[in-house]
Design a protein around this ligand. Structure first.
Ligand SMILES: [Zn+2]
Length: 314
């Protein structure tokens, strides 16, 4: 009878006796997959694992070691939600300051941060590059997942589930806010959900409505800004008598209503406050160029014939 052959992965010296999945001490070898599968993208592998990762049940049909890792990480997150929640609900200093006492709470104060750190590190541990006989496994990690705050979740919805369990936020509210603001702004959505934990359906609708309005307004403002900054791009440098009035200076003059030399003089201090970061000489030269430019603009014929920015002045 021919048993399947599992090839042990290479183990770097400094990772001897380390679980490849979570970084805890390893005592076992995990043979993956349990049965050869035609979906598998690489050889049958034998991977060092701690006893806890070793027993995680996984579905048949996982096609790579990366898929297995994502599955095991998610199992760790689910199992240690309470520990991971400590870091979501407390800071280390708050725990020290809380002066929990008594048999149960006293122990909580002392060990809570430690437990949180262990769970967090296990989830974050990235293993080492997989190779067999010094040949790297040339299968790329194509497991899609969702990463937030340094933790990789197997999906956006498992990240939401974690925060619902860990911080008791309203799942419906969090999900709907993310739908509106996109998963890129998970932190913002979470913040709002945390401020509104126990809410009625009516309150939830109101919050969603407000966020919706706010986002729509924001997008409109961004569109307008884009449109106006595109217009600004059409402003160009103008050279007068060998001195240049730079586009940024002209734009500033337009924005601040300095239409004439006289109006500019009244805003001189503002101008130098705004551009002092350029250094004294550059700021002065640009101001000087702007003066010459505005002086030239007092002559309508010059504007008509020579000012490339006449449209921008409206
Ligand atoms: Zn492990």
């Amino acid at each position: 009878m021919k048993a399947h052959t599992y090839t042990p992965i290479d183990i770097p010296f400094n990772f001897r006796h380390t679980c490849w999945f979570c970084g805890e001490p390893s005592s076992k070898s995990l043979d993956f997959p349990r049965k050869p599968s035609r979906y598998l993208q690489h050889a049958l592998l034998s991977i060092p694992a701690c006893s806890e990762c070793h027993v995680v049940n996984y579905p048949n049909g996982l096609n790579s070691i990366w898929a297995l890792r994502a599955h095991i990480k998610q199992a760790i997150i689910s199992r240690y939600t309470k520990h991971l929640a400590i870091g979501e609900n407390w800071t280390e200093q708050e725990l020290i300051d809380s002066q929990f006492s008594g048999a149960i709470l006293g122990g909580f104060g002392k060990s809570a941060w430690h437990m949180y750190n262990i769970a967090k590190q296990r989830v974050a541990f990235e293993g080492w590059l997989i190779s067999v006989d010094d040949i790297p496994l040339d299968i790329i990690d194509d497991t899609s997942g969702f990463e937030f705050n340094g933790t990789r979740y197997s999906s956006l919805s498992s990240c939401i589930d974690f925060y619902v369990d860990a911080t008791d936020v309203d799942k419906e509210l969090l999900t709907q806010i993310i739908d509106i603001v996109s998963p890129n702004r998970f932190e913002y959505a979470l913040k709002i959900a945390r401020l509104n934990k126990r809410i009625s359906n009516h309150q939830r609708e109101q919050i969603i409505e407000e966020i919706h309005t706010q986002e729509t307004e924001k997008q409109e403002a961004e569109r307008e800004q884009m449109a106006s900054s595109n217009a600004d791009l059409s402003i160009v440098d103008v050279a007068i008598s060998g001195t240049v009035a730079p586009a940024f200076a002209i734009q500033w003059a337009i924005e601040h209503g300095a239409h004439s030399l006289k109006e500019l003089c009244q805003l001189e201090d503002d101008y130098f406050d705004e551009f002092e970061h350029l250094g004294g000489t550059t700021a002065f030269l640009s101001y000087n160029g702007l003066q010459l430019y505005l002086n030239a603009r007092e002559e309508p014929n010059w504007v008509e014939a020579h000012d490339p920015n006449k449209e921008a002045w409206g």
